[in-house]
Design a protein around this ligand. Structure first.
Ligand code: URA
Length: 209
């Protein structure tokens, strides 16, 4: 079963409070989501492999570690996932970015892929699927399906606000995927919104409400 990590850091808690606040406007909301994504990227990449290279300080030669091994890919789920890309790229500038777009079929309530463009060498990359909200898990599961269908095998899911049932659903569908969240909230309401949550992350990012 994939590991679930709740990032329990004062900076993350602080920024999360302000993205939850309904009085936070889109500009500040975007900045905070970006900063949170950067902080999450720090933890999500904790297991990256290192190799020693020789460098020369002004004083002497030394062996010193640099990132090695598989390259990274960031996969935002459209559209709210876009809000997390810039912050992740700030720490991981060499990562490639794939996109998955999904809509919910009103009859079957299933997520249907309408867009998917992945890095060509997807199977050689460590992939980080990002979406600020993990609610029912339907979108995350479908997005991970899309990534796997195109050859992705090494996948992590990073969300800001989640609920336990969404985590459970992803773990059941994709037991190989580790999940990182900043908070596990109380519950989903009847409209599949997270309570207390932060409302509609896409609308708040892009000012469409
Ligand atoms: N998506 C959102 O943007 N907000 C929620 O609360 C749940 C899903």
């Amino acid at each position: 079963m994939g590991k679930v990590t709740v990032l329990d850091h004062p900076l993350i808690k602080h920024k999360l409070t302000y993205i939850r606040d309904k009085n936070t406007g889109s500009k500040e909301f975007r900045e905070l989501v970006s900063e949170l994504a950067m902080l999450m990227a720090y933890e999500v990449t904790r297991d990256l492999e290192l190799e020693e290279i020789e460098i020369e300080t002004p004083i002497k030669k030394m062996m010193s570690p640099v990132i090695s091994g598989k390259k990274l890919g960031i996969v935002p789920i459209l559209r709210a996932g876009l809000g997390m890309v810039e912050g992740m790229l700030a720490l991981l500038p060499a990562a490639k970015v794939g996109h998955v777009g999904l809509y919910r079929d009103p009859e079957t309530l299933q997520a249907v892929e309408y867009y998917c463009k992945m890095p060509q060498d997807i199977s050689e990359r460590k992939l980080i699927v990002v979406d600020p909200m993990l609610a029912t898990g339907v979108s995350a599961i479908a997005a991970i399906n899309s990534v796997k269908q195109r050859g992705g095998t090494n996948i992590k899911l990073v969300c800001l606000v989640s609920v336990q049932e969404g985590i459970d659903a992803v773990q059941e569908a994709h037991p190989d995927v580790d999940i990182y969240v900043a908070s596990i909230d109380e519950k989903l309401n009847d409209h599949a919104y997270i309570e207390p949550g932060l409302g509609d992350a896409g609308d708040r990012l892009f000012g469409t409400k």
